[in-house]
Design a protein around this ligand. Structure first.
Ligand SMILES: C[S@@+](CC[C@H](N)C(=O)[O-])C[C@H]1O[C@@H](n2cnc3c(N)ncnc32)[C@H](O)[C@@H]1O
Length: 202
């Protein structure tokens, strides 16, 4: 039995994205179970309850996916356990998604998730800085990457067109990305301070 039924996951995600298809809910349910199983023995995410994982990780990632600029390729910079890149890839199978993560245990989890979900996603198992210097993506997403200033500089070198940043209102106040301008900021449902900000290359 899955930890949460697709009906419960759909209900929890309703404020972020109503009427999700059953096939997407089934993939999210399988992803949740795998994440809970791995999180019991390795620390992949500090958010531990299934309901909070669905709302805070899946909900915010899918909400960013709802507002994703048109892109053929996407890099999720410092994806951790796959956020926001993996839910976005499930929602947008037409986008070629690369999940970049430098920590081995998280890379092992991501590979297992990609294999068991049967999705076509690339995993870059090193630091983004180690990618071939000419590799670019239409869109780069970032959420909760440790050194945000350095990460945004790195993202600006990798993005051909857009950067989508998932952050808090307070943290966003000081953010400037050389060569990019803020295009749109959208408030994340069910939160007083979480936002999705889209930057476009000038
Ligand atoms: C706090 S976690 C957040 C993960 C995820 N984005 C989320 O929102 O749950 C940040 C992750 O970024 C990874 N990371 C930081 N800098 C990186 C870099 N330059 N290249 C690849 N991964 C990086 C770290 O290993 C860590 O797993």
């Amino acid at each position: 039995m899955p930890t949460l039924t697709t009906a419960v996951i759909g209900y929890l995600l309703e404020p972020f994205l109503p009427d999700l298809p059953e096939s997407l809910l089934a993939s999210l349910s399988a992803y949740l179970d795998l994440l809970l199983k791995w999180n019991a023995r390795t620390n992949l995410t500090a958010i531990r309850t299934p309901e909070e994982i669905v709302k805070r990780h899946f909900g915010e990632s899918l909400f960013a996916g709802l507002h994703l600029p048109e892109s053929a390729t996407l890099l999720d910079y410092g994806t951790g356990a796959g956020f926001p890149g993996l839910p976005i890839a499930l929602m947008h199978p037409e986008v070629r998604v690369t999940l970049a993560e430098s920590q081995n245990k998280k890379v092992s989890f991501l590979r297992e998730a990609v294999r068991s979900l049967g999705v076509s996603i690339d995993v870059w198992p090193k630091r983004v800085e180690e990618m071939p210097s000419d590799l670019r993506f239409d869109c780069v997403t970032l959420r909760a990457v440790d050194d945000m200033e350095a990460a945004l500089r790195g993202a600006s070198l990798r993005s051909r067109s857009k950067i989508v940043l998932l952050t808090s209102q307070g943290a966003a106040q000081q953010i400037e990305i050389s060569g990019f301008q803020e295009e749109e900021t959208i408030h994340v449902p069910e939160s007083s301070d979480r936002i999705v900000t889209i930057f476009a290359r000038t």
